[in-house]
Design a protein around this ligand. Structure first.
Ligand code: FNR
Length: 371
């Protein structure tokens, strides 16, 4: 059957992948309330389109940390992509590059920073998990820098791995023919089978739970790359991130895989944007599956969005071709949304182009007064 939207890849992936792998990609934490909410919250934001504007030319280009890209749609870090397809992160890197956008490589990739760099030119960010052994971190950051990665996305929502019950039931572990390639030479590339999720045990053993704001400053002493703080959901932490020298903020709840019952990222976005006061760009990931979602995020002040699961699902279905299609479909839908709401460039997308359920009744009447 022909695929006509991004969400349809999920079912194809489910049919193709071993249950343990699909469940790892798909699952959220505990009750998976936030997982649903990441999608549902988008549906409570409606458009206020403007008409009779010459929309014969639509410009979707933008600049992220000084890098020009073709559209505000980028690729979030998702771990272990070779479980989805033999070409894994290589395929994702090539697809992102062909689409003229940014790929973020996970610390826990099954391809190393050097291998991904060798796929050819492209603007790439490196996602960092901070290990207890800071020499490991320093070495990895240096390697990413040397391999031409342009920014560090520091993930701050994972002092422990969230409870993903499917992974616990499946005794999830990285298949033995794969390694966390960035850590291969450091003897940290393998994951032991555990009595629950092998990844949860790996995190408990290796990831530094003491990580705090002072480490965001420490990171700046070991690299000149800009740092994006990934996993911010509140105004308070936005202010601290700015004070700590972050170059940008990613509003993220880790695809609803960490703390359950946090709000959808699209619901938390405006609070963060207001607190950032334009000092740093704010990005969003979580539940973006349609061009309309991209538009809504930009209307609420995001400078761009990242997609996670659609990449691993389309990889599983069709490899590089699949990821290219996902990026192309989102691009076309976003262009359609801009056209039909009367916005010719990203700067023309404003808060007035949408109405959210938390807005005043003036623009969103819920009930008529009884006479
Ligand atoms: C992730 N995410 C993630 N984040 C991170 O900082 N490092 C990582 O290694 C991973 N790995 C990972 C694996 C899988 C299978 C998923 C689904 C997610 C989180 C990811 O970067 C992003 O925040 C979410 O995936 C965005 O939500 P959607 O687009 O998946 O709904």
């Amino acid at each position: 059957m022909e695929i006509t939207n991004v969400s349809e890849y999920e079912n194809v992936a489910k049919q193709k992948l071993p249950k343990m792998v699909f469940d790892y990609y798909a699952s959220g934490a505990e009750d998976q309330w936030t997982l649903q909410e990441n999608r549902n919250a988008f549906s409570r934001i409606l458009f206020r389109p403007r008409i009779l504007i010459d929309v014969s030319k639509i410009d979707m280009t933008t600049t992220v940390l000084g890098f020009k890209i073709s559209m505000p749609i980028m690729i979030a870090p998702t771990a272990m992509q070779k479980m989805a397809h033999p070409e894994g992160e290589y395929a994702t890197a090539r697809a992102a590059s062909a689409a003229g956008t940014i790929m973020t490589l996970s610390s826990w990739a099954t391809s190393s920073v050097e291998e991904v760099a060798s796929t050819g030119p492209g603007i790439r960010f490196f996602q960092l998990y901070v290990y207890k052994d800071r020499n490991v971190v320093a070495q990895l950051v240096r390697r990413a820098e040397k391999a031409g990665f342009k920014a560090i996305a520091l993930t701050v929502d994972t002092p422990r791995l969230g409870r993903r019950e499917a992974d616990i039931k499946n005794r999830f572990v990285l298949p033995p023919f794969l390694t966390l390639k960035n850590f291969e030479g450091l003897d940290l590339g393998k994951m032991d089978q555990a009595n629950d999720s092998g990844l949860a045990s790996y995190v408990a053993g290796q990831i530094d739970r003491t990580l705090s704001w002072k480490d965001v400053k420490w990171l700046q002493t070991i690299t000149s790359l800009p740092i994006l703080v990934k996993g911010v959901l509140t105004a308070e932490d936005t202010r601290l991130a700015v004070q700590s020298g972050a170059a940008g903020i990613i509003v993220s709840n880790h695809g609803a895989r960490q703390l359950d019952y946090v709000p959808a990222t699209i619901s938390a976005l405006e609070e963060v944007v207001k607190a950032a006061q334009g000092r740093v760009p704010v990005f969003l990931d979580g539940g973006v599956r349609r061009g309309t979602d991209v538009f809504k995020a930009l209307a609420l002040g995001a400078s761009g969005i990242f997609i996670g699961r659609p990449v691993v699902y389309s990889l599983a279905a069709e490899g590089e071709v699949g990821v290219r299609k996902v990026l192309q479909m989102l691009r076309e839908e976003f262009e359609m949304t801009m056209t039909l709401s009367g916005c010719r460039s990203l700067k023309e997308i404003t808060r007035e182009h949408i109405t959210a359920d938390w807005d005043t009744p003036r623009t969103h009447p819920r009930a008529l007064p009884r006479l």
